[in-house]
Ligand binder design. Structure first.
Ligand code: GLU
Length: 361
């Protein structure tokens, strides 16, 4: 048997992979996935498992009246269902003599660097003890604006935080299909190299099967992570042996080719969308300097046109272009008040140092 293609991976399992057509947890599929993960563990692969399915598992057990708001309903179903989900995993992994741990997180847990590092330390310690972390969003407490878009986003954060080699998104479809033309059946795209092509070219404009957790979000996350140097696979979790095939390097699903790696703080900052405390608008000269391929430039106060919101030194802020498009995120060296005093002036130290700056593709 050859060495596995990757040593450290995040596997994200979607609700539709592990539930049957009545919406109940599908034990056969779960068993098959757990047995593949156990084989990967025995071949030395470190696995972080992110599993959805709490809400579905709750729905199969609790019947709700219509008097609950959608948020309250989600809280009730997820908190009930998460127990069932994790118990099922515990039992299945136990058959392979493997221990698991339950980690429930919210988006705001990733907000400040210290908290982010705490989660990382916890996951590293579990790895040391050969315990598989089974991660999910803490749906009982994370509501609306501080929710992850979906578990694809949460898993992407874990993948970049843990510096994995690959992020495997298991859904109930085979991967990204070329829906741009009229080809029937549509062609499966086996590989996307974002250095030379854009996944949007395969997506039919106006097609709206791309809701929460849909293909569009998956591709956006895949694009972001491949920019960090992580390989991303989108594949069908119900195909028997899919994980083993992927790790054996066999073609399956869609692979986003990893680009040059990005490390450390920049990764954390890159995931700060929606968590920023304020924003600055910069002029075109400054934007050009930031995007320069020849030099690594920091954001200087001289290029700032306006300051929005209130932030303090050390907070993450959004950077907007003159026409108000978000072009990136960074950690501020000055408060919003200090920035207002310095903006447009020459000679001051950068508001955002290059090492603390992440620009959008
Ligand atoms: N956290 C939700 C659950 O366990 C799922 C979110 C998602 O599917 O992305 O049911």
């Amino acid at each position: 048997m050859s060495d596995p293609l990757y040593q450290k991976i995040v596997i994200k399992v979607g609700t539709n992979v592990i539930t049957d057509n009545r919406g109940e947890l599908d034990l056969q599929i779960l068993e098959e996935l757990v047995s593949q993960i156990s084989e990967l563990r025995s071949r030395g692969v470190e696995v972080f498992l992110v599993s959805s399915g709490a809400v579905a598992a709750g729905r199969a057990k609790v019947t709700l009246n219509e008097d609950l708001s959608p948020i309250a309903a989600r809280q009730v179903l997820s908190s009930t269902g998460q127990i069932r989900l994790i118990n099922t995993y515990t039992d299945l992994f136990e058959k392979h003599a493997l221990k698991i741990a339950q980690i429930l997180v919210t988006k705001s847990d990733f907000r400040d660097r210290q908290h982010y590092l705490n989660i990382r330390t916890c996951l590293e310690s579990l790895m040391k003890y050969d315990i598989i972390p089974v991660i999910n969003e803490n749906d009982a407490v994370s509501v609306t604006e501080l929710m992850f878009t979906d578990n694809d986003e949460l898993s992407g954060l874990i993948a970049s935080m843990m510096h994995v080699d690959a992020y495997i998104i298991l859904s109930h479809i085979d991967g990204l299909f070329d829906l741009s033309g009229d080809e029937k059946p549509p062609r499966l795209i086996t590989s996307v190299d974002i250095a030379t092509e854009h996944f949007h070219q395969y997506i039919k404009p106006g097609k709206s099967e791309f809701g929460r957790g849909g293909m569009l979000t998956k591709c956006h996350i895949a694009q972001k992570l491949s920019r960090f140097g992580i390989a991303v696979h989108i594949a069908n979790g119900q195909t028997p042996g899919i994980l083993l095939d992927l790790l054996d390097g066999k073609a399956a699903g869609t692979r986003f080719v990893p680009q040059k790696p990005v490390y450390g703080r920049k990764r954390w900052i890159a995931h700060s969308e929606g968590l920023e405390k304020g924003a600055v608008t910069i002029n075109t000269g400054a934007e050009k300097a930031l995007r320069s391929q020849e030099r690594a430039n920091s954001l200087l106060p001289v290029g700032i046109e306006s300051v929005l919101g209130a932030f303090y030194k050390g907070d993450i802020i959004r950077i907007c272009s003159e026409n108000e498009e978000t072009i990136g995120y960074g950690m501020a060296r000055y408060s919003s008040e200090e920035t207002k005093e310095l903006m447009g002036k020459k000679g001051a130290k950068p508001l955002i140092h290059y090492d603390y700056l992440y620009l959008m593709p």
